[in-house]
Design a protein around this ligand. Structure first.
Ligand code: RP5
Length: 311
């Protein structure tokens, strides 16, 4: 059986720390492959395998790393599959370093980060993504999580949960651009409606006064939930850890609604090749834009470039 999930760690010292992830896959019969691929020590090998994943039939990559935890992000920059990052707990900074290195990705290249050390939640979330196209697996997950035994439909549909006008518009516009035909906004309590509508991914906004919302939504469904944290200014250091306390949820960076949309689209793309093409085109455009800026900087020199920026 070919692997549906790839698990990659930055060091084999991470393996015992994510043992519960493997236990989840073994219990649910999810086929996985495990690799030691370091973003820093073996960058070429790491990137090469990431580029092969889609073609190998893998649906999701789970990348665990600690400290300057660049493995999930670098993996995400080499594939259009959804990447779940597990921040490994570190002795000195208790994994805050790992979490922030993983979650705060630039616009255009999302990683979905689980809480620090939350291997079991990462496993469940990965299984839920795979389960979108495997009713038997989905039924097992729902039973394990104490959800109703009726397996809802799964369509190329994204549900957005909560009130967040501007970010929701940005996310919806991008989903449309990527070729996700259906997306709609729901109240946080409307899980039955979201399941009935056949959502394949849920984006749940979380603000300072609603940090537990994504986890509350996730507690009631096996549809993969992406937490999209929003904040008008600086946040306390426990903002993301508090939001990620419970799961299974994965978070994109703060104020990154487009990354939430991209990550949701990556899940939808599992059953919609046109969305995969939309993601590919988006990624290529993004690279071209940055390359153009670099060419201009080299041609003009730093002073002229900065002067043009200030205009
Ligand atoms: C990271 O550095 C790994 O993901 C690991 O968590 C950490 C320490 O690695 P080792 O020094 O134990 O190999 O790249």
């Amino acid at each position: 059986m070919s692997a549906s999930v790839e698990v990659r760690v930055g060091s084999d010292s991470d393996l015992p720390k994510i043992e519960r992830l493997f236990a989840v896959f073994e219990a649910l019969g999810v086929a996985f492959e495990a690799r030691v691929l370091s973003a820093h020590r073996t960058p070429g090998r790491m990137a090469a395998r990431a580029r092969e994943l889609e073609g190998a039939g893998v649906r999701v990559s789970v990348a665990a790393a600690g400290g300057a935890a660049h493995l999930p992000g670098m993996t995400a920059s080499e594939t259009l599959l959804p990447v779940i990052g597990i921040p490994i707990e570190t002795a000195q900074l208790r994994g805050a370093d790992s979490l922030l290195s993983i979650v705060q990705m630039p616009e255009g290249v999302p990683v979905g980060a689980v809480g620090i050390g939350q291997a079991e939640n990462a496993g469940l979330l990965a299984a839920q993504i795979v389960g979108q196209d495997d009713a038997g697996l989905r039924a097992q997950i729902r039973a394990r999580r104490g959800l109703s035994s009726t397996v809802p439909p799964s369509k190329a549909f994204v549900a957005l949960v909560g009130k967040a006008e501007k970010p929701a518009r940005e996310a919806m516009d991008l989903l449309t651009e990527l070729g996700v035909e259906d997306a709609a906004i729901f109240e946080p309590g409307a899980i039955a409606e979201i399941e009935k509508a056949g959502a394949r991914a849920i984006i749940a906004w979380a603000e300072a006064d609603s940090l537990s919302r994504p986890a509350e939504v996730a507690a009631k469904t096996d549809i993969p939930v992406i937490a999209a944290p929003l904040a008008p200014g600086a946040v306390p250091s426990d903002f993301l850890p508090r939001m990620l306390e419970k799961g299974p949820i994965a978070s994109v960076g703060i104020n990154r609604p487009k990354n939430a949309a991209l990550w949701a689209a990556m899940i939808v793309a599992g059953a919609a090749p046109s969305v995969r093409e939309g993601l590919r085109a988006h990624r290529e455009r993004q690279a071209e834009e940055v390359e153009k800026k670099d060419t201009k900087l080299v041609q003009q020199g730093i002073r002229a470039y900065l002067a043009a920026m200030k205009k």
